[in-house]
Design a protein around this ligand. Structure first.
Ligand code: BGC
Length: 456
């Protein structure tokens, strides 16, 4: 890992996944084949009208989001991102192909993000051509029989917004709401469902990173650790105030974004169309060990509490769950030695999804959608086994009473994975980095089969 005072690690900074030391990358070959060959657990059908989708994000797939704050960050030296996103998957041009692939597998819903920096490349300057671009994507979804699930902000914001201090500025929520209003008025009649933010609790998740807490016993001070990086970005844009969500101080960003969520939701609701607007929360399967119950309760309060409340007063909760965290009296621990790990070095623990959903259902009364769940692996049989077991857990949670209305797999295409660059493979389809040719993996047909049957 590069020294933390200059370049911050993706999971200790962005989303605080499971620790690295002590675990073993999940066995490939025989073990994976055996896991994938196990029969699907008996479980019956998912609820009628259940949405089966794949999730994606503009900055990770479109390519050349040059007006975004993260473009500044990825092109500066040093950068926390080891590889530039560059052309990404060229989905800015190939979105029709992506929708066709998704539909061809049997999925019936598509979660993607609208990029604020394309819609409003300069403060107050809105691009009708770019609004039309996303409107065409929504039209194509409808034509294909695919429900579009739109995220207004998936980690990246406009460069100008970062240069003026992002969420540190009191008028930031109003600026975000103005963007939401433009989007809603231009294409609300075609939106199937929407969220203002992807994982707005990400900086809180990072604060509770097992890597950091295992080392210090203290929540991580993301903002101070990221300060040297923000200085480099500030110099690049010629403003002292540069601030970007992933590197921000949650004490400031969270209240501002809660206000922004409420304003944006009201703006979308006031426009054409009548679709649910929810809130996404990144939730770990937090399990107490050695008397860590109080710490689990503290983590849940601090990391999920406020955003679960926001979701509870919105139209749905979007759950994003990948793995579990063992939490002792001093906080999250790295996975025990020998635990199976995925390619991202998070614990391989598909049961996390069902556990998280049961917890979430005990906290909110609104419907739940799984807006992300998946695995990075080079062995697609592992993806099949992981997905099958995660869905079995989800089905059990539904049978126990959780009101879950859909599942969006992360992700459609192998794409740019933040500070892992192009090293990770979460996709149901691989992408040739020079020709952008998409190739389906067996897991795409596997998930599509479940979608077609609406049953495991
Ligand atoms: C994010 C995605 C990311 C995925 C896998 C989620 O936290 O929303 O952008 O690629 O996790 O790391």
């Amino acid at each position: 890992m590069t020294p933390m005072n200059t370049v911050l690690d993706r999971r200790s900074l962005l989303a605080a996944g499971a620790g690295i030391a002590g675990g073993a990358v999940l066995a490939t070959g025989d073990a994976a084949a055996a896991a994938a060959a196990r029969p699907a657990p008996a479980g019956g059908r998912f609820p009628k009208g259940f949405l089966w989708g794949a999730a994606s994000a503009g900055y990770q797939t479109e390519g050349n989001n040059v007006a975004a704050d993260l473009w500044v960050v990825e092109t500066m030296k040093p950068s926390p991102f080891p590889q530039k996103s560059g052309d990404a998957c060229d989905s800015y041009h190939r979105w029709q192909e992506d929708i066709d692939l998704l539909r061809g597998t049997g999925l019936n819903a598509f979660r993607f993000s609208i990029e604020w920096s394309r819609i409003e490349p300069e403060e107050g300057q809105f691009s009708i051509a770019e609004l039309d671009h996303y409107r065409r994507i929504l039209e194509a979804c409808h034509k294909a029989g695919v429900t579009p699930n739109v995220t207004l902000n998936h980690f990246a914001s406009p460069r100008w917004f970062a240069a003026r201090g992002a969420w540190n500025k009191p008028d930031a929520p109003d600026l975000f709401a103005r963007y939401a209003d433009r989007v809603g008025r231009h294409m609300g009649d075609l939106i199937g469902m929407a969220v203002p933010f992807n994982e707005p609790n990400a900086p809180l998740v990072v604060k509770w990173s097992p890597d950091m807490m295992a080392a210090t016993g203290q929540p991580m001070d993301v903002a101070s650790m990221a300060a040297p990086l923000m200085k480099i970005a500030a110099k690049k844009v010629g403003s002292d105030e540069f601030s970007s969500f992933l590197f921000s101080d949650p004490a400031i960003a969270v209240p501002a974004m809660i206000r922004a969520h409420d304003l944006a939701r009201a703006a979308l609701k006031a426009g054409p169309g009548d679709y649910p607007v929810g809130a996404i929360v990144s939730i770990g399967d937090d399990q107490a060990v050695d008397g860590g119950e109080d710490k689990v309760a503290q983590k849940r309060r601090e990391v999920y509490g406020q955003w679960l409340e926001v979701a509870g007063r919105s139209d749905f909760l979007g759950v994003q769950a990948y793995t579990r965290y063992l939490i002792g009296p001093n906080g999250p621990r790295k996975p025990a030695a020998g635990s199976p790990l995925t390619k991202t070095k998070w614990e391989y623990y598909p049961a996390a999804l069902g556990h998280v959903v049961s917890y979430a259902a005990s906290q909110v009364k609104v419907p739940i959608y799984i807006t992300e769940n998946g695995i990075s692996t080079d062995d697609d049989r592992q993806r099949i086994a992981y997905t099958r077991d995660a869905l079995a857990g989800l089905k059990a949670a539904i049978d126990a009473g959780a009101d879950v209305r859909g599942y969006f797999h992360w992700t459609l295409l192998d794409n740019w994975e933040w500070n892992e660059g192009y090293k990770q493979n979460f996709g149901l389809f691989s992408v040739d980095r020079s020709t952008f040719k998409r190739t389906s993996k067996p897991s795409a047909a596997f998930l599509g089969g479940i979608a077609r049957r609406n049953a495991l």
